[in-house]
Design a protein around this ligand. Structure first.
Ligand code: SAH
Ligand code: SF4
Ligand code: F3S
Length: 439
């Protein structure tokens, strides 16, 4: 396989979670700092970074087919770098199987991407899957530009070891980035145009640090510090784990106006037996009680969650308990997945795997219930006047698209611009969005 020349243009393709989106942005900034430019939409790029996700099935197959699709008509390929969680989990094998891949770099080592790309241009393929996350953040360039909504990784890794999940293996142990670094990165994002910042972590509410006066703080302390930034309008955070929730964070929802009334708190399943087999270390009751405390602190809070159907051994009756949780909570939105055995995780070798047809059927029923509740939540918002943060132009001339405080998509016509916070009356609700009228 021929050596690629030093790339002048690049493209980063991110799959998976919001943290991968954040990592993809940081990799693009790193390459930009080396003088490379992002290839325009539709143009061929000299370097393609596949920033992969390993959370569910067919992740690896998908990477190979993406690599195949990058082959040009003349048989050459761009310089391909595989990054992200598949790189961490299957890097060696990808290197062995795909000669057009010149760089394999895991989620904790992508600060080394530019030098690895330079090595590749001089004929040396390399793999880097070390785990020291702190080194990475210190080596990244300062943030300069941002859209109205920005992601900021504050915590990374996971020590929970849910029995179905690869994240503890691909992202490593839980680490919290230092408070001062985060406030600084946030300031840069705000100066670059961000009006809303979403704090990211695999267990974001496990974040801890010391504030600028050396006092120990949790995520609520970071949120309060960011709320003091005058040009920042909104703060969100995701994803939380029920066991890391603190009174202080719940209380902040009632006190910090800029903390949006939205909580993504996955429950995964509605049966205590399944939750135990999943090693979730919370029960259905403790989860519901937690939500109740959020509702007391912030009565209009919109709730979101993640669900897995068909975990090994899940019976019909146990699945129905999941539906009961859905009915009890009334989620404003949620994500639901069929269980996918991940190589190397304890659940993959458990007995009684649920047949695919049964999983399909359960997922359909669950999604019908979740869609019903999402639409009901949207309908119940009609008549409210709220702020909408404008994120982009709509499909029609003069139309704008943005988000309500409850993370609903809202479209409206009138005088606005990207990044504006406008007051909108919600006038009509669809299953996935609302239409509004400027007030
Ligand atoms: N740290 C977060 C997010 C983890 S990944 C959390 O704990 O919630 C996002 C979601 O993917 C999980 O919440 C879970 O619902 C789903 N997921 C993870 N592993 C899975 C698997 N093996 N099969 C199906 N869904 C899975
Ligand atoms: Fe995966 Fe569980 Fe960690 Fe979430 S808490 S990342 S589901 S192991
Ligand atoms: Fe996927 Fe890794 Fe995120 S497996 S969901 S990209 S942490």
């Amino acid at each position: 396989m021929a050596t690629n020349p030093a790339p002048k243009t690049f493209r980063v393709k991110s799959f998976g979670c919001q943290m991968n989106v954040y990592d993809g942005e940081r990799m693009a900034e790193l390459l930009g700092a080396e003088g490379m430019t992002a290839a325009a939409e539709g143009d061929d790029a000299d370097l393609v970074v596949l920033n992969t996700c390993h959370i569910r099935e067919k992740a690896t197959e998908k990477v190979y087919s993406d690599i195949g699709r990058l082959r040009r008509d003349d048989g050459t390929s761009p310089l391909i770098a595989v990054a992200g969680c598949v790189a961490q989990a299957e890097g060696e094998e990808i290197m062995a199987r795909a000669p057009s891949v010149k760089v394999v770099v895991g989620p904790q080592s992508y600060h080394r991407l530019p030098e690895m790309v330079a090595d590749a241009a001089s004929g040396k393929r390399s793999t880097e899957t070390d785990m020291p996350a702190e080194a990475k953040f210190a080596a990244l360039p300062k943030r300069r530009k941002s859209g109205p909504t920005a992601f900021l990784t504050v915590q990374e890794g996971c020590d929970k070891f849910c029995t179905y999940c690869v994240v503890p293996y691909t992202r490593g142990a839980e680490i919290s980035r230092p408070f001062v670094d985060l406030v600084e990165e946030a300031k840069h994002l705000i100066a670059g145009g961000a009006r809303e910042i979403t704090l990211l972590g695999q267990n974001v509410n496990a974040w801890t640090g010391e504030d600028d006066r050396g006092r120990p703080v949790g995520l609520e302390g970071l949120a309060r510090a960011l709320a003091a930034e005058p040009d920042l309008a909104r703060i969100r955070y995701t994803t939380s784990h029920p066991n890391d929730m603190t009174d202080a964070l719940i209380a902040a929802h009632g006190e910090v106006d800029k903390l949006m009334p939205f909580l993504h708190l996955p429950v995964q399943a509605g049966s205590d037996r399944i939750l135990k087999a999943m090693n979730r270390s919370h029960t259905v009751d403790s989860y519901l009680q937690l939500l109740e405390r959020f509702r007391v602190a912030r009565p209009d809070i919109a709730l979101s969650g993640d669900f897995i159907v068909g975990f090994p051994g899940e019976t019909e009756a146990e699945f129905e308990e999941t539906l009961k949780v859905v009915d009890a909570v009334g989620y404003a939105q949620a994500f639901s997945f069929k269980y996918s055995p991940r190589p190397g995780t304890p659940a993959a070798t458990m007995a009684d795997h649920v047949p695919a047809s049964v999983m399909d059927e359960r997922l359909q029923r669950l999604q019908a219930a979740l869609n019903r509740d999402q639409w009901a939540f949207n309908k119940a918002s009609v008549g409210k006047i709220c702020e909408v943060l404008v994120e982009r132009k709509g499909k029609h001339p003069g139309q704008w698209l943005g988000k309500s405080p409850w993370l609903q998509s809202v479209h409206f016509f009138g005088d606005a611009h990207i990044g504006a916070l406008v007051r909108v009356e919600l006038v009509e609700a669809g299953p996935n969005s609302l239409s509004g009228r400027l007030v």
